[in-house]
Design a protein around this ligand. Structure first.
Ligand SMILES: Nc1ncnc2c1ncn2[C@@H]1O[C@H](COP(=O)(O)OP(=O)(O)OP(=O)(O)O)[C@@H](O)[C@H]1O
Length: 370
């Protein structure tokens, strides 16, 4: 556990970046620092590994005052990932990942094979190992940054806007893989972002900071959305927080509809027969996984992949109300595709039925509390 106890940082010139911060980041969990620009997120993060020294107060890791530790030793137990990955431009990807273990004197062959493993763990092709950072995309560079931070297997990871410099699609992929990785690794992570959606998605708990570096609210994402303590937090988490909150509401009993289904390669005649007058049918692959919707009248000869509408998202059986609603609203037919845990199609759901379920499940949001 990382504990901040009345931590203050006033820079020469008089700016108080962090003003008496007290909070705990539990072991094995992701704590997200979020807040407007200049609220002291980065300063708070960098005080943990003593890249910045606090003016007053203490930070302890598992009860040990970091101020009493040798900074080099402290940093050996702390991985650090920043925006744009911060890779060494003149070293290969492999050498970048091997940097810290090599500095710590680890055996070269063992470090190399571990580094190759880590590239795979973060979803990179081992063939990229010999390239230089400039020869990789932004998203690939961020993955290398994460692999490098993991290389010394530190129990603590500090991450400062690690996914901010990449496009939204890659960013979502990186977030998903990061969560999958954390499921396996269980690191103690402090993660800085200015994006409330990212905070809600990744955080086990979220610390909302105000300018001046004071704590506005420390809570689980769910409670933060449901019960922001004051106007500042409410404004920061946004007016659509009710919709975001659906991400935490399980949808156990949605009424699923049967759907006519076809395969890519089926004839136009077969489509018409299966559709039985419906304008759309759903195409599945050999394993029964949804591939996309097809407008029956658009198929002249046989159904080929170019005729598939692939825009809609797929909800999971037993997943969240937000995912089910999103599936329905993003579908060209107004019906959301729901699949089981193996990705096989189980039925569709209409937005109106998801909304009815929301009304049944949603306790009223109390306004003006706090
Ligand atoms: N080295 C420094 N010297 C003087 N002031 C600084 C220094 N570093 C940061 N500050 C100031 O401290 C405050 C907090 O900065 P910090 O970078 O921690 O904020 P942040 O929340 O991470 O912001 P952003 O989201 O814009 O990155 C700001 O007012 C900033 O200008």
């Amino acid at each position: 556990m990382i504990r901040f106890d009345s931590v203050t940082k006033t820079f020469p010139g008089g700016t108080t970046a962090v003003g008496g911060l007290t909070l705990e980041a539990p072991t094995g969990r992701i704590t997200v620092f979020v807040g407007p620009s200049g609220c002291g997120k980065t300063t708070s993060l960098r005080m943990i590994n003593r890249m910045i020294e606090p003016t007053s107060g203490t930070i302890t890791i598992d009860g040990v005052d970091t101020g009493s530790m040798n900074p080099d030793e402290l940093r050996r137990g702390i991985g650090y990932v920043i925006q744009h990955a911060g890779l060494f431009p003149h070293r290969t990807i492999l050498d970048n990942v091997m940097t810290v273990p090599r500095l710590l004197g680890s055996d070269k062959a063992a470090t190399r094979s571990r580094a190759m493993e880590l590239l795979e763990v973060v979803g990179l092709d081992p063939d990229l190992a010999r390239r230089y950072p400039a020869q990789l995309s932004g998203g690939q560079q961020q993955r290398v940054g994460v692999a490098r931070a993991l290389a010394a297997d530190p129990p603590v990871m500090l991450m400062d806007e690690p996914f901010s410099a990449v496009d939204p699609v890659v960013r979502e992929q990186l977030q998903d893989e990061f969560l999958r990785l954390q499921d396996e690794l269980g690191k103690t992570i402090v993660f800085v972002t200015h994006d409330i959606d990212e905070a809600v998605k990744l955080g086990d708990q979220i610390a909302v900071l105000r300018v001046g570096g004071t704590l506005a609210q420390l809570d689980t994402p769910e409670r933060l959305l449901r019960d922001p303590h004051d106007d500042f937090v409410a404004d920061f988490v946004g007016r659509d927080r009710g919709y975001r909150g659906l991400a935490f509401q399980k949808a156990p009993r949605l009424p699923l509809l049967d759907e006519p289904t076809v395969r890519v390669g089926d004839s136009a005649g077969r489509l018409r027969e299966v559709a039985a007058g419906e304008p759309w049918v759903l195409a599945l692959d050999e394993e029964g996984r949804p591939q996309g919707w097809v407008r029956v009248e658009a198929v002249r000869d046989t159904l080929d992949r170019t005729l598939l509408h692939r825009g809609g998202t797929v909800g999971r059986e037993g997943g969240t109300l937000r995912a089910a609603l999103d599936a329905a609203l993003s579908s060209p037919t107004g019906k959301g595709v729901i699949a089981d845990a193996d990705g096989r199609f189980v039925g569709t759901v209409r937005a109106q039925d998801v909304l009815a379920q929301i009304e049944r499940q949603q306790p009223p949001v109390e306004e003006g509390v706090g």
